[in-house]
Design a protein around this ligand. Structure first.
Ligand code: NAD
Length: 332
């Protein structure tokens, strides 16, 4: 039997990536949708043969608890809404996948973890790159010290952003490109080094368009400091097109560029290009979670990892605002 997934929020990511990936998954399938827009419900109903009884809106969402066709709720809403819907999904007795960043505060992340624990349900974060072979090759090279100890990681992720969208509204996004893209830099550095940072420094970039970027940063540079002495230099921006994860190690370098996209990732090392296939990351990510549910095993990208990253993002903002080095203690 394939487990049933309900997608909550039918925006670009659900429409362009998750629903198509759910046509390729082996252990789960799209059985329900949650949307506030009747026209979208109609379109999705036809396209994916979803019965009327499996179509919810944000008001009647809680009645999903009575629907045996749904095993997993996947929250794909603006960041500030993640906490509410993850908690409601857990209370409805469903396992949950929540998109990144997990939430807009550490407190919310803790509430989400508790709600899933209290309901005895699994929680994972939409960290698709843990199921992507180029990125996992970076992790392998780094942690197995294939090129010796990694001394420095460079992670850059930027994307141009149109004005007026929720990603530029701090209330809905929790912050700017750091929350949206910088999280990939943080993740990339941590899985490449296999180590947790103990301090951060950071600096906001200048705003070319203060009106467009009135509530969030346009760009941010930050440095993560690691106990081994390694450092990671990162930049996240809404006004650029950079996409790189690179490690400089004692005996050479290895990198991905682009590193964080859905497809077309390319790797090379000091020895030459890497020959790695691009797979449907989201299909692997969701099948892995379905397997976790079926075997009652914790996800390798659990809520605790989402919480850890929100703690790091919060410290990066604190460092940028204060201009001081911020110490990170007790990460796990
Ligand atoms: P989007 O703007 O395309 O879609 C957001 C959806 O939420 C829309 O359908 C919108 O109607 C709905 N919505 C419900 N309540 C809303 C409200 N109060 N305000 C605004 N929209 C509301 O966004 P998206 O790109 O699909 O991103 C959704 C989530 O997925 C975000 O958390 C984002 O970080 C994450 N995401 C992850 C990846 C990834 O690669 N893992 C990629 C893209 C987006």
């Amino acid at each position: 039997k394939k487990l049933g997934i309900a997608l909550v929020g039918l925006g670009n990511y659900s429409e362009g990536q998750l629903a198509p990936a759910l046509q390729e998954t082996k252990r789960c399938k799209l059985t329900a949708i949650v949307t506030g827009t009747p026209e979208k419900a109609e379109k999705w109903k036809k396209k994916y043969s979803i019965p009327d009884k499996n179509i919810y809106n944000y008001k009647n969402f809680d009645s999903i608890k009575d629907n045996p066709d749904v095993d997993i709720v996947y929250v794909v809403l603006p960041n500030a809404l993640h906490a509410e819907y993850v908690v409601r999904a857990a209370k409805a007795g469903k396992h949950v996948i929540c998109e990144k960043p997990m939430a807009i505060s550490v407190k919310e992340c803790e509430q989400m973890i508790k709600a899933c624990k209290d309901a005895n349900k699994l929680l994972s974060i939409g960290y698709r790159l843990h199921f992507e072979p180029h990125n996992m090759t970076m992790a392998e090279f780094g942690t197995k010290k294939v090129y010796g100890n990694v001394k420095k990681v460079t992670a850059l992720d930027s994307q141009e952003m149109e004005a007026g969208v929720w990603r530029l509204d701090k209330k809905l996004a929790g912050g700017g490109p750091l929350m949206d893209l910088g999280i990939y830099c943080v993740q990339g550095c941590l899985y490449t080094l296999g180590e947790l940072p103990n301090a951060v420094t950071a600096k906001f970039g200048k705003k070319d368009d203060p009106e467009k970027f009135k509530s969030v940063e346009q760009s941010i540079s930050f440095t993560l400091h690691f106990p081994s002495g390694a450092i990671a230099e990162c930049n996240a921006s809404y006004a650029d097109k950079q996409n790189l994860l690179r490690a400089d190690a004692q005996k050479g370098w290895f990198e991905l560029s682009p590193a964080f996209g859905y497809d077309g990732l390319k790797g090379k090392t000091v020895r030459g290009p890497l020959d790695i296939v691009n797979l449907n990351q989201q299909a692997f990510q969701m099948d892995d979670f379905a397997n976790c549910v079926l075997k009652n095993r914790k996800s390798r990208v659990p809520g605790e990892m989402g919480l850890r990253d929100v703690k790091i993002l919060t410290a990066i903002y604190e460092a940028a605002e204060s201009g001081k080095k911020v110490t990170l203690k007790g990460l796990s």
